[in-house]
Design a protein around this ligand. Sequence first.
Ligand SMILES: [Ca+2]
Ligand SMILES: [Ca+2]
Length: 297
Amino acid sequence: MNWITKFTLVACGILAIAGTKALAHISYTDRNFGTLIISADVSNTTQTISSGFGWADATDADWGDSHRFRYFRFTLANPLTADQSVRITAERNLLGTGPTGTFLPAFSLFSGLAQRANNEGVQQGSVYRTEALAHDGAALSIQSLVNQFGSDNGSGLGGSGKEGSFRSLGNWSIGNDPTYNTAGDAGSGNLIAARLASFTYIGHAADGTSANFGNAAGIVGDGTADGFVTANFSGLAAGDYSLFVGGANYALQATEGPTTFPTYGANVTVGLVPEPSTGSLLLGGAALLTLLRRRKG
Ligand SMILES: [Ca+2]
Ligand SMILES: [Ca+2]
């Protein structure tokens, strides 16, 4: 084997590894709903989620693995008015390698965006170098967990006792790797320093009941484990939001993985809706019922 062949093989290996990792990093590529427009729902029906348990697993005390989610984003140009809300729906479809008709979706909504959400980077001569995407295994992610929980917990990232950075029911943050002056060469110094991105928890919705998503305090389920869940969020400020969709079947972590996970498809829809208050809805319903009875009578 000559050195060119060796170099090519090594380079291909690095690319293959990089490609595998890139798939698992937090990215919104093809999953940006853009700026929401009133009464114009936007849907994404092409995405699959790694595992059926990721969201539920990130509700517990040792948090969760951010690889077990799909990441979406949207923007509000203006704060929601009192009679508006953002409606988010996730519904399983037939995509993915996992058994069809079994996926139970859940999602959490956060304000804030991950690294490189807006193609952040710097020009280096004739080349635009982007900052790296976030992932649980980044030194900065692990250091952040160790700073919070110590390194002698016997398990988890850096001995922190945490499975990952992700939290379905609270604020969290995650780091990326530095972008080096020479790609892949830490000795060349940082062109772009690593940084933490922080997500501020807004709320969540989960398909089913504690029978599937577990007993963590504060989880609100829709009561029916049918592969469909929807929720309205009101009072949101203008800005950028991250919507993280994952599986709500806590027990599946015992049987799925640990290296290859089944995937499950879900249609995700986001809309900016004119939502009358609950009182108005009831009033409207009552008025409609009254009208129908009168006509019938
Ligand atoms: Ca967990
Ligand atoms: Ca449901």
